[in-house]
Design a protein around this ligand. Structure first.
Ligand SMILES: *[C@@H]1O[C@H](CO)[C@@H](O)[C@H](O)[C@H]1NC(C)=O
Ligand SMILES: *[C@@H]1O[C@H](CO)[C@@H](O)[C@H](O)[C@H]1NC(C)=O
Length: 485
């Protein structure tokens, strides 16, 4: 069964001073013992449903296990009011008002509330999108007058710059980096709640406007948004290079940029890829696999995933919920949130107290094509440009299938941080990427077998399990120790 491949993976250990295995053919004193852990299997019921879907049985009939359909508007949007939160079963009276406030504040205000300075910057892309960036220029805990090296953080699918700050100082990556003396910049991709603006096209306007606004995937985010934002940061700070830290789609779009616009490799000091997504044939996310089923025709795909903007049908949400949701009360609220349906749950590393805050900031918006482009990768097993269908491909690319992204162009040093229980970045798929990249610093497994896709930004122990190692690698790159050649 292809979905349940039990993969054996190497686990490197991490402690107070993490030992690190560097490079593709690590052969250095820092090499550590490897041991093997099995990957957690996905839900049995869901496997049966997927098989039916793959055998082309009627999709609705395959939903034979009753589940309450999420209400129309739910799961598709971040929650903006206490009333909306009550509707999905969260008792807001029992929640600390301080947390409710965090749930509804916008990123710059949220940062200031927690005692850090914040800035809002707006950039315009060459194709007319207005992107909002957020900055923590320094930390009150580090008032050094040294120049501060800029770090650029890029969020994942259906997420935003909030992902780096909602877990508060001491835990959120943006705060930790500021405390270490970095100048922290956070991007927002076109189409999310902070970058839902275009000089001409209205994302909620006439059908033709909506089509023009939402006609992009992570290809355009990598090709245009990232270079625009990176150039802006370097221009504002006077630095020639920055560290790039991406999560999930923030890594996919980086790989697009670095392969399609190779000159940008020279602007990257290091790329820290958290839960890297490029090859997807072994991806386990029930939701994304189900979505990839709809790709026989683009119409069917946009019907189930939303037309233009990503607004999945209630059937698809029900299917995802059926596969993902357990009985525990706290997961029920998350079951209404499509981001968790896509990325999975991990009760051990989820700070359940913070769930209302997560629900207030995600899902932050995306185009249907972003999901469809991922679905294409699941089916094709290739990391390549958007598939418009044979005829349009010929017109667009001059070939019947879309061209693959050339990984050999990615000269920037890349550190791959991955985990065993990641529904979107399977260890075997990460290994394929690892083999293809010409300048890898190393491949680093998070030493927790249950660590999942969202734990890379929100886990209770994310600092000790992951970030301390990221910081160590960044410092070694700055000192010229890494990458090994
Ligand atoms: C404070 O920031 C500076 C400049 O980036 C850095 O060199 C220093 O290590 C930081 N101090 C601490 C305690 O992290
Ligand atoms: C969970 O979040 C709350 C609120 O921010 C915090 O007080 C608590 O310490 C966190 N729990 C853990 C286990 O980190």
């Amino acid at each position: 069964m292809k979905l349940v491949a039990i993969v054996l993976i190497a686990l490197t250990s991490v402690g107070a001073s993490p030992s690190i295995k560097y490079g593709k053919h690590a052969n250095n004193p820092m090499e550590v013992d490897e041991f093997k852990v099995p990957v957690v299997e996905i839900d049995k019921n869901f496997q049966e449903i997927l098989i039916k879907i793959e055998e082309n049985e009627n999709f609705e009939d395959s939903l034979n296990i009753p589940i309450e359909s999420p209400k129309e508007h739910m799961g598709l949007h971040y929650i903006e009011t206490a009333e909306e939160m009550e509707e999905i079963g969260v008792n807001t009276q029992s929640i600390n008002p301080d947390l409710i406030e965090d749930a509804f504040l916008l990123v710059p205000e949220l940062i200031r509330k927690h005692g850090y300075p914040s800035e809002r910057h707006s950039v315009r892309t060459s194709d007319g999108y207005l992107l909002e960036m957020h900055r923590i220029p320094f930390s009150p805990l580090n008032t050094t007058t040294e120049r501060r090296q800029p770090v650029f953080l890029m969020h994942g699918l259906l997420d935003s710059s909030s992902t780096w700050v909602i877990m508060r100082p001491g835990n959120g990556l943006a705060y930790l980096l500021a405390d270490l003396g970095y100048d922290v910049w956070m991007g927002n991709a076109r189409g999310n709640r902070y970058s839902r603006q275009h000089i001409t096209f209205d994302p909620d306007g006439r059908r033709s406007d909506r089509r023009r606004f939402w006609e992009f995937s992570w290809h355009e985010i990598g090709l245009t948004d990232l270079p625009t934002m990176i150039d802006y940061v370097l221009d504002q700070t006077g630095f020639k290079k920055l560290h790039y830290i991406g999560h999930s789609q923030g890594t996919t779009s980086f790989f697009v940029m670095a392969s399609q616009r190779p000159a940008y490799n020279d602007k990257i000091l290091s790329m820290q890829a958290l839960a890297p997504v490029a090859f997807m044939s072994n991806l386990r996310s029930p939701f994304v696999r189900a979505a990839s089923f709809f790709l026989n025709t683009l119409d069917a795909a946009t019907g189930a995933l939303g037309i233009y903007e990503f607004l999945p049908s209630s059937e698809l949400l029900a299917l995802g919920g059926q596969a993902a949701c357990r009985d525990e009360a706290w997961t029920q609220a998350l079951c209404y949130n499509v981001l968790f349906l896509i990325a999975g749950f991990n009760s051990a590393q989820t700070n359940t107290t913070m769930i209302p805050v997560m629900l207030g900031h995600t899902p932050a918006g995306a185009s249907a094509n972003q999901l469809i482009h991922y679905g294409q990768g699941v089916r094709s097993g290739r990391f390549r440009q958007y598939d418009w269908g044979m005829v349009s491909n010929l017109w667009t690319y001059g070939s019947i299938s879309p061209p693959a992204y050339n990984l050999r162009n990615i000269r920037a040093p890349v550190a791959l941080h991955y985990s065993a229980n990641d529904w979107l970045a399977e260890p075997v798929d990460v290994e394929q990427l690892h083999q293809g990249l010409p300048n890898v610093i190393g491949k680093f497994l998070v030493p927790d077998p249950l660590f999942n896709h969202l734990d890379f930004v929100w886990a209770i122990d994310v600092k000790t399990l992951l970030y301390d190692r990221v910081f160590q690698i960044m410092r070694l790159v700055e000192q010229g120790v890494l990458p090994f050649h």
